[in-house]
Design a protein around this ligand. Sequence first.
Ligand SMILES: NC(=O)C1=CN([C@@H]2O[C@H](COP(=O)(O)OP(=O)(O)OC[C@H]3O[C@@H](n4cnc5c(N)ncnc54)[C@H](OP(=O)(O)O)[C@@H]3O)[C@@H](O)[C@H]2O)C=CC1
Ligand SMILES: O=C1O[C@H](COP(=O)(O)O)[C@@H](O)[C@H](O)[C@H]1O
Length: 363
Amino acid sequence: MVQQLKKHGLADPPQNSWRRAVIEKPFGHDLESAQELNRIVHEVFPRDEVFRIDHYLGKETVQNILALRFANTMFEPIWNRSYVDHVQITMAEDIGIGGRAGYYDGIGSARDVIQNHLLQLMALTAIEEPASFHPKALVAEKLKVLSAVKLPEDLGKHTVRGQYAAGWQGGEEVVGYLDEDGINPTSKTDTYAAIKLEINNRRWAGVPFYLRTGKRLGRRVTEIAVVFQRAPYLPFDSYATEELGQNALVIRVQPDEGVTVRFGSKVPGTSFEVRDVTMDFAYGESFTESSPEAYERLILDVLLGDANLFPRHQEVELSWEILDPIEKYWDTHGKPAQYPAGGWGPVEADEMLARDGRSWRRP
Ligand SMILES: NC(=O)C1=CN([C@@H]2O[C@H](COP(=O)(O)OP(=O)(O)OC[C@H]3O[C@@H](n4cnc5c(N)ncnc54)[C@H](OP(=O)(O)O)[C@@H]3O)[C@@H](O)[C@H]2O)C=CC1
Ligand SMILES: O=C1O[C@H](COP(=O)(O)O)[C@@H](O)[C@H](O)[C@H]1O
């Protein structure tokens, strides 16, 4: 298509004008195809005129990760391996594949959203402070994080893929993935994926980032949970802290956009018991301004030529470098675990965290 645009002169801007290419994700289906696409697109359009859409970057709450981290002083000192135990990034959907069999089958959940949305969320959570919010400065920091990602040595133990089976969703009985219209009944496409990654740098070494996504899960929710280490010593009777969990800061990307902080508090009464409580910031309560839809924001930015919220080709390629070995492993090892629609994914995903002595949050 890009070559046809060039052939018919539609890619050449008239004087004092511009021509821009806006490309939807997924950009390629692996590193090789992404490189080939980048080559073709860059032959026709100058690099600065190519806008790759990852609509998560257009979401208000995703941009707020930068405000939360770099406009405040209280979070940054604890945003590192000395205090953070692990990070969980969840993108759960209650819908199935709907009428998208043609697009989805063969692509699957990891290529559909981990390669782009979830790795972008991870990068923004993990980056160092950029020198400015100029696109080049922000990309430079994201590239450092993506290049420092380390895959688990045993992909069988630290990645899981699943496929939804029949079940109940919102009071209705729904069919399993293999019975959806247009799906090959022997398809091995994943509708659920969970992976463990680490970031090999001074700030994050040894802190696992668990990323999971799935269709036909319990409810539609996207969140980033930064889970902190337990206090090294608790000067209370052991019964007093039985119900104390780990402190956490949760960026609620959607719905009910906002931020929650979970910490322990004394239960009122004569005994000294400590239990988890939460403190909430909700966009709906704090602001009267409405948030533009992600695509409204992104299309406006394309018209203005502002590339800050668009992944550059190096980010796309590095993200495929992270995902390709996992997809290759899945291709040659077994098939997706089944999970009932309406639940929280395959038991194998719970076992994956249990092996690390952790458990998934129920968002
Ligand atoms: N659905 C979503 O929530 C989101 C989707 N996206 C991205 O949007 C893109 C499309 O997804 P979605 O709309 O959900 O998918 P759909 O399958 O619903 O729609 C794809 C559309 O593209 C058309 N199409 C496919 N191949 C060709 C072709 N070779 N030439 C012309 N038309 C073609 C199809 O036509 P026909 O019906 O005739 O086959 C169909 O109308 C994907 O890249 C996806 O990653 C991004 C963010 C969110
Ligand atoms: O990019 C995609 O995102 C949608 C979910 O978007 P959201 O803004 O509703 O979270 C997902 O359904 C789709 O499969 C994927 O292509």
